[in-house]
Design a protein around this ligand. Structure first.
Ligand SMILES: Cc1cc2nc3c(=O)[nH]c(=O)nc-3n(C[C@H](O)[C@H](O)[C@H](O)COP(=O)(O)OP(=O)(O)OC[C@H]3O[C@@H](n4cnc5c(N)ncnc54)[C@H](O)[C@@H]3O)c2cc1C
Ligand SMILES: NC(=O)c1ccc[n+]([C@@H]2O[C@H](COP(=O)([O-])OP(=O)(O)OC[C@H]3O[C@@H](n4cnc5c(N)ncnc54)[C@H](O)[C@@H]3O)[C@@H](O)[C@H]2O)c1
Length: 523
């Protein structure tokens, strides 16, 4: 029996933070928007990533601050049960009804199920059991759920104008012998755990690896961190070195240049008492045995079951790790008709929540503007010239994700925190930008000595010596995440150094480092 089609102006596949933003932005202009979500509205970030991981790090950070502050005492090791309870609150116990209420209030139609492209502007949704009659909002539905009485297994959503893929990413499990059989934790288990393993071996020295090593060491686990290179290889080298030093001071056994050769976990699947300890053998023959293992070796865009073949794309048309390749207006390249868009982790461009949400805002505006070219100006953001389908938006206009390249920001919530905007020095030089790095020890700034007598931190800006503007900056230290935005504004605004000279940092704040940067550069 054929399934009747339901028509919307826009269909968004994936209700993570990015899909939510794209859907909301398009819908604000009056377009009807369906949002398809197969798990929890709010996505990875709300339930198994950003939010729970930051809560797991918070108690340890506050303890460290108390320990370093004269006049206070060590409050003692965090109460892990209380930390997990707070984590449960922040994830709403993995219940998305709060976010569903927001979706409803934004006028979006939520369709719970797995969405797959099924041809031009067509999305087939395999419904999640028990959610068949959850059509909400004001779409023109051809489906009479009330009449059928029973939840249909599938729904067909026809997009009058555009489909936006915001399906996120999935973790990578290396093919190391014995690793899959050892049933390792991914970031999901690490962020959703409710007990602290006595010992934990973490494979991968990227962002998840260092944050979770820090969190579990704070919570009392004996942690070994294995990285085949240094730590945080996408940041400036001094950042990874400072984080390694501080993790080691916390008791983490940090092993850089460590290649995992094989993994063994006898007794896995046994009925009595869960899996036993896991033994990791390194390429140099050394072994580590721990109660639990976390694999944090990166994520790839989630395109494996998206039906891309139905719209004329095959694997050769995908980018690194299977990413949907997009132009600057976030239109997927290689799909005739220009109706398919993508944003967030699935594009592989800048896999963080904030950059993805930025893309979501842009794609929502692009879709609305292109709809508007036929049916009058429905753009909420008129002012910039609207790009026609197949044209890229003007750089730095509302219709181009320009910051993805030149002003990407990231914060790593370890102790010390690491934050950066723009390219690293190496990336800038590789891109042919004539940069001079100006580096400063944050402990030398008066504000730092007020914060703590043992304050440790370093900051660096990259000056484009030809244009005399900043193109990048890195901060490592307490609250480095909060120090970043001034640098982001300087980079995005391409503020001339001679004008920055007049941005006077207050005394005694750590932001006085901005004055030191300029003085060191010769102003
Ligand atoms: C441990 C960890 C910590 C992190 N911490 C931070 C942080 O502090 N700050 C930060 O900025 N970033 C952080 N990130 C990265 C951040 O989580 C991602 O960049 C962000 O979640 C991407 O959002 P998204 O909407 O693109 O994808 P997701 O959040 O993955 O959402 C995609 C959604 O689409 C749904 N979906 C997928 N396929 C389909 C389909 N075919 N049909 C229907 N629905 C589908 C999924 O169920 C999911 O809900 C962290 C990541 C991890 C793993
Ligand atoms: N605070 C934040 O913004 C935050 C926090 C956590 C995660 N995230 C995002 O989540 C994504 C995933 O994080 P991640 O840490 O898993 O990825 P990552 O790419 O940051 O790091 C992966 C690490 O694993 C190593 N690796 C890869 N393959 C390996 C193998 N076979 N054996 C051993 N090591 C291997 C890499 O060299 C790298 O050091 C990233 O895009 C990150 O930006 C962001």
């Amino acid at each position: 029996m054929s399934i009747p089609e339901e028509t919307f102006d826009v269909v968004v596949i994936g209700g993570g933070p990015v899909g939510e933003n794209a859907a909301d932005r398009a819908s604000r202009t009056g377009l009807s928007v369906a949002l398809v979500e197969s798990e929890l509205v709010g996505g990875e970030c709300s339930y198994w990533a950003c939010m729970p991981s930051k809560v797991l790090l918070r108690a340890g950070a506050v303890r460290a601050l108390a320990k370093e502050t004269p006049g206070l005492r060590d409050p003692g090791a965090p109460d892990a049960a209380a930390v997990f309870a707070r984590r449960d609150e922040i994830t709403s116990n993995w219940d998305d009804s709060g976010q569903v209420s927001w979706v409803e209030s934004a006028g979006l139609t939520l369709v719970r199920g797995h969405g797959r492209l099924a041809g031009e502007r067509l999305v087939e949704v395999t419904l999640r059991a028990g959610t068949g009659s959850e059509a909400q909002g004001g779409a023109e539905s051809g489906l009479g759920e009330a009449e059928t009485g029973e939840a249909p297994a599938k729904r067909l959503l026809r997009a009058r104008h555009a489909v936006i893929a915001a399906t996120g990413s999935v973790p990578v499990l290396p093919g190391t012998p014995g690793l899959a059989e050892a049933a390792p934790w991914s970031s999901r288990e690490a962020t959703a755990a409710d007990t602290v393993p006595e010992s934990l071996v973490v494979v991968g020295g990227g962002v998840v690896g260092v944050e979770m090593a820090n969190a579990y060491a704070d919570l009392g686990a004996r942690v070994t961190l294995l990285s085949r290179g240094g730590l945080l290889s996408s940041a400036e080298p001094f950042a990874g070195e400072m984080v390694a030093e501080s993790l080691a001071a916390l008791g983490v056994d940090v092993r850089t240049g460590a290649e995992v050769a094989s993994v063994e976990r006898p007794g896995i699947g046994a009925e009595d008492g869960g899996p036993g300890p896991v033994t990791v053998t390194l390429a140099d023959g050394g072994t580590i045995t721990a109660a639990e293992i976390l694999v944090a070796t990166g994520r790839v865009p989630r395109t494996a079951d998206l039906g891309i073949e139905s719209v004329g794309l095959d694997e050769s048309g995908l980018g690194r790790g299977g990413a949907l390749v997009v132009d600057e207006s976030l239109q997927v390249t290689g799909v005739p008709g220009g109706w398919l868009y993508a944003c967030g982790d699935v594009t592989g461009r800048a896999p963080t929540t904030h950059q993805g949400k930025y893309q979501g805002r842009i794609v929502g505006d692009v879709v609305a503007a292109r709809y508007g070219t036929e049916a009058g100006d429905r753009s909420p953001t008129s002012g910039d010239p609207e790009p026609a389908v197949g044209q890229e938006g003007k750089p730095w206009s509302r219709y181009a994700a320009t910051a993805d390249h030149s002003a990407r920001v990231q914060v790593v919530f370890t102790r010390p925190q690491v934050s950066w905007v723009g390219p690293t020095e190496r990336e800038a030089r590789a891109a042919g930008i004539p940069v001079e790095a100006v580096s400063y020890d944050l402990a030398w700034v008066a504000g730092a000595s007020v914060e703590s007598p043992g304050y440790k931190g370093r900051a660096q800006v990259l000056v484009d010596t030809q244009r005399r503007v900043l193109v990048g900056a890195t901060f490592v230290g307490p609250d480095a995440g909060e120090m970043l935005h001034a640098a982001t504004i300087a980079v995005v605004g391409e503020v001339p150094l001679d004008r920055l000279w007049h941005a006077v940092p207050a005394y005694p704040t750590v932001s006085e480092v901005w004055l030191r940067f300029l003085e060191s550069y010769g102003l």
